[in-house]
Write a protein that binds this ligand. Structure first.
Ligand code: PLP
Length: 451
């Protein structure tokens, strides 16, 4: 096993042997169309059959380099042997018992581990669910229960999930909301600190954080009393909104504001957590400690698990107030414990070094193409904005989507985020060679779309 924790992989390179989609993929997609919900957004015709490290083989034997990791989930790579072993061992011992009614060791072990690694002041307690949205639902209820205040604040550009509570906090795409109102009442959205596209036309640094001023001087005096807010829910790095990293001072000011008014600060680390940014949690880059942290995606390397962590004073609810039959299932907990062990031992270091290497390469590529407006992000949570031109900086969603399609044809799996951003969210086990491999494909794609 190499130093990054990457298993010796069956695949070493991209290999596209058929037209895409291939014949088997085509048949499966037809079946899918007949029987599977049409609410899923499949950006291209990838039918995954087998995953191995940073590669995925499709139904026709084509091999792709995966820079999506199942939307930032396969943190330790596909089917890491240590995670597979932990899952197998636990599956042979106890698959389910329901933590809502019984005790079992993997859940207790994981909660103890979370209390050590989660950056929250005081004694940390864990609530277990199955998805990112559920982690947010739990956070909303923890805050409501603690504060007994009716309103909540979230941010424009935010994504917190698709259940009705989490959905009420979203501010990234109208498609998530349309036809589903009324949602939870009393939610107010503030502009996020998206400095490259500052809603106030200001320039950071030197803007005196107009975004925070707007909340204090306009929203808190005209729209919502801070004393009515149970919580402010925010991502430390906006994910679906476009991989937007706010200034450190913005997050610090938000923490001050929440403390001043007794508002529960909920940080959504569903996408940015579990090592993705080079620290275990993205909020550690900002050196603040919130009251609640919502975790899912990468926590169990692909098994469904979410954890909402809060200090014991904030998570102050009575038995029966909240629970989930499957939440914190023993097999998912075992996968999470193996994942955390790998992250701590080897992978976090890898994210820092390979993330810095990839970012530098993307920045040097960006210099050569007028349609690349920005390269940003932390660790292996990197984004590249596609624009009409560097000068106009107008978002170019069509070109971004074209790049994603062409990358797929050349054997690289990418996703978009925000209206016009390319998202680079590979397994955290990629090597510099894999990063270079992706960049070589990207350059070919960029050359092919260059006018
Ligand atoms: N929060 C963030 C920041 C996310 O990125 C996501 C999913 O993309 C969610 C919450 C919702 O997670 P899930 O799809 O597991 O419900």
């Amino acid at each position: 096993m190499a130093a990054t924790g990457v298993q010796d992989m069956r695949y070493k390179a991209i290999s596209i042997k058929t037209e895409l989609p291939g014949p088997n993929a085509k048949k499966l997609i037809e079946q899918d169309y007949q029987f599977v919900s049409h609410s899923y957004t499949r950006d291209y015709a990838m039918v995954a059959k087998r995953g191995d490290g940073v590669f995925v083989e499709d139904a026709d034997g084509n091999v792709f380099l995966d820079f999506s990791s199942g939307i930032a989930v396969c943190s330790t790579g596909h089917c890491h042997p240590k995670v597979v072993e932990a899952i197998k061992t636990q599956a042979e011992t106890l698959i389910h018992m329901s933590g809502t009614d019984f005790y079992y060791e993997p859940q207790i072990d994981l909660a103890r581990e979370m209390s050590k690694i989660v950056p929250i002041e005081g004694k940390v307690m864990s609530f277990f669910g199955n998805s990112g949205a559920e982690a947010i639902e739990a956070a909303i209820k923890i805050a409501r229960n603690k504060r007994r205040r009716p309103r909540m604040m979230a941010f424009i550009g935010a994504f917190h999930g698709r259940t009705m509570g989490a959905l009420s906090l979203n501010g990234s795409k109208i498609r998530h909301h349309e036809n589903f109102h009324p949602l939870l009442p009393g939610v107010i959205h503030a502009p996020y600190a998206y400095c490259k596209r500052c809603p106030y036309g200001a320039k950071y640094p030197g803007c005196n954080l107009e975004c925070v001023d707007f909340i204090k001087k306009t929203l808190f005096t005209k729209m919502v009393s801070p004393e009515d807010l149970s919580c402010i829910v925010m991502e430390a790095v906006q994910g679906e909104g476009g991989y937007v990293v706010p200034p450190v001072e913005f997050m610090k000011e938000m923490r001050k504001l929440t403390k001043e008014h007794g508002i529960v600060m909920v940080i959504d680390e569903v996408q940015s957590g579990m090592g993705r940014t080079g620290k275990m949690f993205a909020i550690e880059h900002f050196n603040i400690k919130p009251d609640v942290i919502a975790i899912a995606k990468g926590i169990a390397s692909g098994l469904p698990l979410s954890i909402t962590c809060a200090n014991s004073e904030t998570m102050d609810w009575k038995p029966g107030a909240h629970a989930s039959t499957f939440g914190g299932n023993p097999v998912a907990c075992a996968a999470a414990l193996a994942t955390i062990d790998l992250l701590k031992k080897e992978i976090l270091k890898n994210v820092k070094t390979v993330g810095a290497h990839l970012k530098a390469k993307l920045e040097s590529i960006a210099e050569k193409y007028d349609f690349i407006g920005d390269v940003r992000g932390l660790g292996l949570m990197l984004g590249m904005e596609i624009v009409d031109g560097k000068k106009s900086f107008n978002p170019n969603a069509e070109l971004r989507d074209k790049v994603i399609h062409k990358a797929f044809e050349k054997g690289v799996l990418l996703l978009g985020c925000g209206p016009n951003t390319l998202r680079f969210a590979p397994p955290l086990t990629i090597t510099k060679e894999h990063a270079d491999m992706m960049c070589d494909v990207l350059v070919k794609v960029f050359d092919s779309v260059k006018k």
